[in-house]
Structure formats: structure tokens, C-alpha cells
Design a protein around this ligand. Sequence first.
Ligand SMILES: *[C@@H]1O[C@H](CO)[C@@H](O)[C@H](O)[C@H]1NC(C)=O
Ligand SMILES: *[C@@H]1O[C@H](CO)[C@@H](O)[C@H](O)[C@H]1NC(C)=O
Ligand SMILES: *[C@@H]1O[C@H](CO)[C@@H](O)[C@H](O)[C@H]1NC(C)=O
Ligand SMILES: *[C@@H]1O[C@H](CO)[C@@H](O)[C@H](O)[C@H]1NC(C)=O
Ligand SMILES: *[C@@H]1O[C@H](CO)[C@@H](O)[C@H](O)[C@H]1NC(C)=O
Length: 492
Amino acid sequence: MKLVFVLVSSLCLLSKADEISNRRFPDDFLIGVASASYQIEGAWNEDGKGENIWDRFTHDDPSRIADKSTGDIACDSYHLYKEDVALIKAVGLDFYRFSISWSRILPTGYADSVNIAGVNYYKNLIKELKDNGIEPMPALYHWDLPQPLQEIGGWLNETIVDIFADYAKLCYQLFGDDIKTWITINEPKQVCLAGYEGGGFAPGIVSPGVGVYNCAYNLIKAHAKAFHIYDEEFRPKQNGRISMIIDAVWYEPGSDSDADKEAAERDVIFLFGLYADPIFKGNWPQVVIDRIAMRSKGEGLEKSRLPEFTPEEQTYIAGTADFLALNHYTTHMVNASTVEPEFGGPSFGKDINVIEWDLDNWETAGAGWFKIVPWGFRKLLVWLYNYYQTEIFVTENGLSDFNGTMTDDHRITFLQTYLTALLQAIYEDGVNVTGYTYWSIIDDWEWTGGFTSKMGFYAVDFNSTERTRTPRKSADYFTNVMKTRCLVDSCV
Ligand SMILES: *[C@@H]1O[C@H](CO)[C@@H](O)[C@H](O)[C@H]1NC(C)=O
Ligand SMILES: *[C@@H]1O[C@H](CO)[C@@H](O)[C@H](O)[C@H]1NC(C)=O
Ligand SMILES: *[C@@H]1O[C@H](CO)[C@@H](O)[C@H](O)[C@H]1NC(C)=O
Ligand SMILES: *[C@@H]1O[C@H](CO)[C@@H](O)[C@H](O)[C@H]1NC(C)=O
Ligand SMILES: *[C@@H]1O[C@H](CO)[C@@H](O)[C@H](O)[C@H]1NC(C)=O
């Protein structure tokens, strides 16, 4: 009976999302594209840049990457950034979200040794954007920690809080007069969970049930300090906004039962709320505190594996985001687990204790985990808005495929259905979404996917030394969307 209900309700949602919205984007709604330093710049050891943890991770063991590639050259955007800006302008986009390579500016990671060539690269990029009427939106940290800082423990060493704050302050000083929106850190979940729990991402540390929380604890404090420095010393004259980007999957309950609904919500809270609750509300979510305390006790530990924020820290951290910056790609189904896992070695998965699965009829274009579920996007926006009661800016969304076809009708359909879900959230559900960011303007180096995962409006020929960029059909489609602010041929 329940199963029948699930299928019927999902089918309704699917057919609803199949209707492409003919409403226009609100007038002040901003649309742009995003990238990250390690994924596009290349020039990994040029002009004084220091080594970072992704340089080390890829050089140490190429088998970590699907095609054994590295970001040594990537899209060569360090040299070709003017071409990138020209493409962003050609599509008519409002802003460009990029990231600053910490070790390009500070080769050792510490603010006492500035690499002028690195500073000039970002000054030139920002100037090129502004000259072309494109708003620059930099992130201070998109995963590429300077390697010398990893040698002292990386995000597990509490001194990273002050070291990051010094770097942030320098960036506000150097670039802040031209910046209206700052991002401190992109996707802490990937930094801490992929980096320090399972080790699938740099720095590749395997410390289940422990590393992820210690990383999150220091990372959130580093973010908060960077926020306060901006807020107190720079905002009064530079007048910008600042936030941390957090990525979220939508977890749909596997049935209408209270147990499944509770499990799905717990999954969102463990994976998103772990980072968002402290910066919006001041502390870890209660269900996270309770479950890790319970599991730690069962494991015979005297203290919870989750570090505690002191009352002073809670006050300091609360409210350190001017808006909710959201990266979103996919949805999974969630069932409650009927058994509590044995109290052996700890892990993040045991702390959450849910069963994730996917519906058979969900499509995917590239990696198997990446299901195309537009209605999940809408439900996520509604849930986040109700829970955090704050403006939402979508800082990443996009479609990966493996064949890189130039006639990418599936990408156009993806954009139409996901952006319809976004417009429905705005117009039908009253969610305050103020911006959308497509990942990415050009194909890039997709972390452990290497060059196999194609996501660009423009293809890049990674076999040519010129790294030639060529528009896909989606580039033309989106150029028209930017002109008409409409997803179909004509809008109401
Ligand atoms: C999840 O629950 C649904 C309905 O209660 C059931 O049909 C499905 O098999 C379950 N899936 C998993 C992976 O446990
Ligand atoms: C943490 O970093 C400091 C330098 O900032 C260093 O002196 C200390 O040894 C590091 N701690 C650990 C545990 O590596
Ligand atoms: C490439 O992959 C996409 C997504 O799976 C598919 O829709 C498209 O038909 C494929 N195109 C070619 C030329 O293989
Ligand atoms: C959305 O949030 C922004 C920033 O807080 C605010 O200026 C705007 O009025 C809000 N819009 C709606 C429709 O609530
Ligand atoms: C380079 O070209 C070869 C042969 O056409 C192709 O198999 C390979 O995928 C290309 N490499 C990249 C990174 O595009």
C-alpha cells in the first residue's frame, strides 16, 4: 500500500516538472557561472605559486583520478582568462564566481610572504570582468590548501583559524574595493567528509567518525573569523556581502511513514545542517549532538566525538552569513534503518544511520550518483527556506555527461526542468531565491573524475596546447535565456 503511494506521488511530481515554465525570471534575479582555481587555472608551479594539497594528491598517486590526469595545465585559464571572460560576456551572464588559489598568492600559506605575480593574476582577472560588465564573485577557498599548511595538520589544526583569517584579510585589502559578494569557503562537506573521513579527496586522510567533525569545527571557526574581519574592518567602506557555500542533496522520504520522514530530514541535517546550523543559528543541530553523543558513549568514549562550541563561540559564530549560498545537483530516496549499527569502529554513516536508494526511473547523464530529479530541487529550496528563513542564492547547479556531445539537448532539458523547479519555488511557494549559477562556462578538470566529466557550455579540447574552447548547443540556448530571461520561446 505504501509502495503504491510512493510511486504515484513521485509520478505526479515528475509530470509536473516536465512542464517547462513560461514565466520570466524576476527583474533583479542574477544569473552567472562558477569555476574553481585548481579545476581551470593550470600553471601549477609557475610565477612563484606554491604547492597545494591537490597538486600533491594527484602527483603522489595518479590512480586516484579516473583518467590518471592532474590539474597541472587544466584549461590553462592562468594564461587564457581573457578568453574565459569573453565567453561569459558572449552568453550575457551577470556574474562570474571563481576561486582564489591560496598558494598562488601565499606560496607558504602564511600572509608574511606575498607572491606579487599571483596577486596580479587576480587583479587582472577582476579588471577584465569589470571592464566587460561582469560582476566578480570570488571564493577564498575551493579545496586547494597550501601544502605547508597540510604538514601541520591542515583543517585539523586549530591554528588554521588564524592563518585563514590572515589570508582572508589580505584578500579583502587587495581586491575588496571591487568585490560586492565574497565567499569564504566552498562546500565544507567535501573538504571535511571527502577529505578527512573517507579520504577520497585531498588530503586523503582516513579518520572515520572523527576527522570530519574536527575539520568542521575548525573550518566553521575560520569562516566566522573571516566574516567578522570583513564585517568590522571592510564592510563599512567596501559595502559587500559575504557567506559560506554549502552543498545539499535533497533526501526524499521513501514512504509517508514518520520514521522515513524523520530519517530523510536527519540526512539533510547531518549533511547540510552540520555546517549551516552553526553559522545561521550558532550551534550544531540538536539531532547531530544527540546521536554522536549516544554513539560515542556506546563506543566506550568518555567524551563525544563531536567537539563542543563554547557559549562564547556560539555567539561569535551565529549570524556569520549574509545569505544562504547553495550548491545543488541531485536527490536520493531515504528509508529509516530499523537497526542501530553495532558499536564498533565509529563512522559518519553509522552516526546518521539511514538507508539511501534511488528510484529505477531516475535518469542520469554521467556519473551514476548524479540522478536528474528537478522536483527534488524545488522541495529542497522550500525546506531550506522554511528552516533557515533567509534569502537563498544558488551558487552551483549543472549537468555532467561523459560523451561531451556538442548537440547537448539533454543539458538544455536539464536547464529547463531545474530552472522551472526554481521558478516554481519563487512564484508558487514564495521562496526568496535571488540568484542562479551554472557550473560551468567551460569543461574543466572534475576532481577524481579528471577530464572524463563534461559540464561546460563550451567544450575544451584538452589535447590541444591552445585548449581550444568551442560552444555547445547549450551555450546558444542559454545566451537566449539571458536575452529574454525566459526558458522557452516566449514568456508571459
Ligand atoms: C524503502 O522503503 C520502500 C517502501 O517502504 C520499499 O519499497 C523499498 O524497498 C525500501 N528500499 C530500501 C533500499 O530499503
Ligand atoms: C599546529 O600548528 C602549529 C603552527 O601553527 C604547530 O606549531 C603545531 O605543532 C601544530 N600542531 C600539530 C598537532 O601538528
Ligand atoms: C551523450 O550522452 C547523453 C546523456 O546520457 C545522451 O543523452 C546523448 O544522446 C549522448 N550523445 C551521444 C552523441 O552519444
Ligand atoms: C529577498 O531577500 C532580500 C535580501 O534579504 C530582500 O532584500 C528582498 O526584499 C527579499 N525578497 C522577497 C521577495 O522577500
Ligand atoms: C585526447 O584524444 C584521444 C584520442 O582522440 C581521446 O581518446 C582522449 O579522450 C583525449 N583526451 C582528452 C583529455 O580529451
